[in-house]
Design a binder for this molecule. Structure first.
Ligand code: FE2
Length: 264
């Protein structure tokens, strides 16, 4: 497996705080069945804004340390981009790292404020030829209070990513929304969003097993295993048509039955 959302690289944001911690995290990744990650340090104006050159340098250091220790683990680069009015300019100025050199870009929204600008900026990003993925959709106040907000983005072609760590606490609202999205088959990516070796880490075997049992082998292989490889190869990601459509179809067949009855 490849994790597509991780703050594994040291000393760049609120993720790993040292090379030593990054090595511990890689060991946990391997223990949980991962062979690589797309490292996605924050690109968050006025909060965490590591330069591209610093990110590349941090990866070089970690790659070398892993090689020296004989640990086989692949790291691709990316960013987790906090969506705001500067995002389009940052993209034009090539300040943002696309995921594994593909056209995919991982974006996040504010956890609490209503991002009424989001749909418009996401649409502009798509028009520029990029493929935005919405990170940890289950965590935002806007997605918890307004499911239509997610449906609209999903219908406009935005793949949805949820955090495996959100499946750890059954009583949480994150858990409930993550499950709703999974059950509606609206999830294209699951990721760890690892920030450290202790909390929000790659210890996700239980959650992966939960998903395998709940959704079956076919879904698991496609979403958990194959989609990250498709992303890396810049291929499009298959998305199910959401349930509303099915309900619409049922209505149509009921009406057509009525119509047939009337004709006879
Ligand atoms: Fe993240």
């Amino acid at each position: 497996m490849i994790d597509i959302h991780s703050h594994l690289l040291p000393n760049l944001d609120d993720g790993s705080q040292s090379l030593k911690e990054s090595i511990e995290i890689v060991k946990l990744y391997k223990k949980n069945g991962y062979i690589g990650v797309i490292a996605t340090p924050h690109h968050y104006n006025e909060k965490y804004l590591p330069l591209k050159s610093e990110i590349i340098e941090s990866k070089k250091l970690l790659d070398k340390e892993l090689r020296d220790r004989g640990i086989d683990f692949t790291i691709y680069l990316g960013n987790e981009v906090f969506l705001d009015e500067k995002t389009i300019t940052s993209l034009k100025e090539e300040k943002i790292i696309l995921m594994a050199d593909s056209k995919y870009i991982l974006i996040e929204l504010p956890l609490h404020n209503n991002p009424n600008y989001a749909k418009d900026i996401i649409f502009q990003i798509q028009l520029m030829g990029y493929r935005p993925i919405l990170a940890h959709v289950e965590r935002y106040e806007i997605t918890k209070s307004n499911f239509k907000f997610i449906e609209d983005l999903y219908k406009s072609g935005v793949p949805i990513q949820i955090n495996l760590n959100s499946l750890k606490r059954e009583s949480s609202t994150d858990y409930k929304l993550a499950n709703k999205l999974i059950e509606k088959r609206m999830v294209q990516f699951v990721a760890t969003d690892t920030h450290s070796a202790e909390i929000r880490n790659p210890e996700v075997k239980t959650e992966l097993e939960y998903l395998r049992k709940k959704m079956g082998e076919h879904w698991f292989n496609e979403v958990v295993i194959e989609n990250p490889y498709k992303l890396i190869e810049n291929k499009s990601i298959k998305r199910e048509i959401i349930n509303n459509k099915t309900q619409h179809k049922k209505k149509e067949s009921f009406l057509s039955k009525l119509f047939k009855g009337w004709r006879n």
